[in-house]
Write a new protein. Structure first.
Length: 439
């Protein structure tokens, strides 16, 4: 009886999974395999928050497979070695894998290709709605500006979502290991897994997204990013569901999914952008360990910035508008190297994705794909626009919980400033342009 392997990576779902469906079509029996990769741990990317969320994802995936007669086989070791060892033992007809864009994913695919040759089947458009490289500008290998990519993306042909399989037959004699329990750094992580992600999508009002997504206190964003990062939800399926719904909210949501595709195609073409400036501007970053620590701890003295950083610490997630303004404060006001901020985000974010995290940071820092590298997000202006009554700040900065209304955004102006809340770490007027090149 023929056997194929479906090697799960960031596609931890049974709905719309080309990797699983292709393996099932190829062989009578399939081994759904996930490797707890020691190589990932060595990179420092397997941080407690994501490891804890991953454990929930794997448990949910195992449950979905068992309800279809199968199970998830978990192994521990180096992904290439473990997969090749199993493929040879089973004389597997094929090993199916989703194409990735990070340098780590490229190394994994190259290692599998070297050992398995044509038995390795790599599937595109599994982690994104449109595969990197599916659309390119004339004479270039990727789009470096979002708007023309968005226009090309809308005209491109995309695959249709796949249904979940009804039956999965797994060989009985393939051993695995238990997924270890991990204590997260953040106490209020979301629940991991495809089931939780689908419930989240079903219960969220996409129609209100266009009007509400920047409202910090309203917290009306989808919160689907962790499920997209681990592939518990398919970007292809979400795009199809949103387009079927129609309306301004759905279109705005699809646009955000296209931003995700955009960043993935940039990183696929320029993997060095994970650590090097995409568009070098000659920045000479300021260095101050105390200021960096104050930013990390949410004690900069600017309540809207501190609220965002404390939400990150508590939930392993942060509102998108808060990500922009906290990153902008670090890179444009404190003028500290964007890489220090990006590393801190990756140390806590459940949705910590190299493509989205690093390239969004570069966009804010003016070293990335933004066509306006001098853009500065003033935290006080941002607070007035997106938390006008101060409710978001009061939720996350308890020292200011008794300060009414918008006065909470400028506690240093109060007649009696709170003793347990710090003064501003820097004057906005003395920030970036006094420290940096002032471009």
């Amino acid at each position: 009886m023929s056997i194929s392997i479906a090697l799960f990576t960031q596609d931890l779902r049974v709905h719309d999974n080309p990797v699983l469906r292709a393996a099932l079509a190829e062989s009578a029996e399939v081994v759904p395999l996930f490797v707890l990769d020691e190589g990932v741990e060595a990179t420092g990317f397997a941080v407690p928050n994501r490891a804890a969320f991953l454990a929930g994802c794997l448990a949910d995936l195992d449950g979905a497979l068992r309800s279809r007669g199968g199970r998830l086989v978990v192994r521990r070791g180096e992904a290439v070695a473990e997969t090749v060892r199993l493929a040879r033992r089973l004389d597997a007809r094929g090993v199916h894998l989703a194409a990735g864009v990070s340098a780590f994913a490229h190394r994994r695919e190259a290692g599998l290709r070297a050992e398995l040759g044509e038995r390795l089947r790599v599937h595109e458009a599994v982690l994104t709605a449109l595969a990197p490289g599916a659309v390119t500008p004339a004479g270039k290998d990727h789009y470096g500006v979002f708007t023309p990519y968005w226009r090309a993306w809308r005209q491109a042909e995309r695959r249709a979502p796949l249904t979940a399989p009804r039956t999965v037959r797994v060989p009985a004699d393939v051993p695995g290991v238990a997924v270890p329990a991990v204590r997260p750094d953040s106490p209020d992580l979301p629940e991991g897994g495809e089931s939780a992600g689908r419930r989240r999508w079903s219960g969220w009002d996409v129609d209100a997204y266009q009007e509400q997504h920047d409202d910090l206190a309203g917290d009306d964003t989808s919160r689907l990013s962790p499920y997209l990062h681990f592939g518990c939800l398919s970007a292809t399926e979400l795009v199809a569901l949103a387009e079927r719904r129609g309306g301004a909210g759905a279109e705005a949501f699809v646009r955000q999914l296209v931003w995700r595709d955009f960043h993935h195609q940039v990183l696929a073409a320029r993997p060095d952008a994970a650590r090097a400036d995409y568009r070098p501007r000659g920045d000479r970053w300021h260095h101050d360990d105390a200021e960096l620590a104050a930013w990390r701890e949410g004690r900069t003295g600017y309540p809207i910035v501190d609220a965002g950083m404390r939400q990150l610490a508590a939930e392993g997630w942060m509102h998108n508008r808060a990500r922009l303004l906290t990153a902008g404060f670090l890179a444009k006001t404190l003028y500290l190297d964007w890489r220090a901020g990006a590393a801190h985000f990756l140390s806590l974010l459940v949705d910590g994705d190299v493509a989205n995290n690093q390239l969004n940071w570069q966009w804010v820092a003016g070293t990335g794909t933004d066509t306006r590298p001098n853009r500065v997000l003033n935290p006080l202006t941002q607070a007035k626009r997106f938390d006008p009554h101060g409710d978001y700040v009061r939720r996350w900065v308890p020292e200011l919980a008794e300060v009414p209304g918008p006065a909470v955004h400028r506690p240093w102006l109060l007649e009696r400033p709170p003793r347990d809340y710090p003064a501003p770490v820097i004057d906005l007027a003395e920030g970036r342009f006094a420290r940096g090149r002032g471009r």
